[in-house]
Design a protein. Structure first.
Length: 207
């Protein structure tokens, strides 16, 4: 509700259409993505997330143009660099204490967004590592190693989650097969017992 009412466009839609404004057919795909993942408050730091861009293009045009995606990504990087340049100018030319106070206020606002704390930590970590890499030297080299290790660790976590999911699925499949075999065996034993009882009945009638 906060995400809808805090945006002028979605708020107008909600006022006119009520809950129908939240329907996927009437809600802008970028706004929908932002409502789910809270990326909008971070756009001045990271731009429009690539996933949001892909989602928007996919839903609006039904296909993804790789050249246009590359253009959007390059534009995103340039805009973020210019924004950061202007942001740091306050630190370079202004009051350092005031700059830090502004940073803390912004961080407190960002944490309130959906998944804000996790996104803020990730953005801060990547800015720090990229900054150290740009400065070069021993710290820059160490930052490159840390980022590489961080990326591999993330990939391993995803891979591990996939393996665990596959193992759980196989375990469930085996359990289901065991149940089916047990049920089939029970039916076969009942049929065998019924045939045996029928044979004994006929034998008794003949005798």
């Amino acid at each position: 509700a906060y995400q809808v009412l805090s945006n002028e466009e979605t708020r107008d839609k909600y006022d006119k259409q009520g809950k129908a404004a939240l329907d996927m057919s009437t809600l802008d795909s970028t706004h929908f993505f932002s409502m789910l993942f809270g990326s909008a408050p971070f756009e001045y730091l990271v731009g429009e997330l690539k996933a949001a861009t892909m989602m928007s293009l996919g839903m609006e045009h039904g296909s993804l143009d790789s050249k246009f995606l590359n253009y959007k990504q390059k534009r995103r990087e340039v805009v973020c660099a210019l924004t950061l340049k202007g942001f740091l100018k306050q630190f370079e030319c202004g009051d350092e204490r005031e700059f830090e106070e502004d940073i803390h206020r912004n961080a407190q606002d960002l944490v309130k967004a959906p998944m804000g704390e996790a996104l803020l930590w990730t953005v801060g970590y990547m800015y720090e590592q990229k900054g150290l890499q740009a400065l070069g030297g021993v710290e820059g080299f160490q930052a490159s190693m840390r980022q590489s290790a961080h990326t591999k660790a993330s990939q391993l976590r995803v891979l591990g989650a996939g393996v665990r999911t596959l193992q759980a699925a196989r375990k469930e499949q085996k359990a289901e097969l065991a149940k089916e075999k047990a049920a089939a065996k029970e039916v076969a034993e009942k049929e065998k017992a019924a045939r045996l009882a029928e044979a004994e009945k006929k034998a008794a009638e003949i005798a």
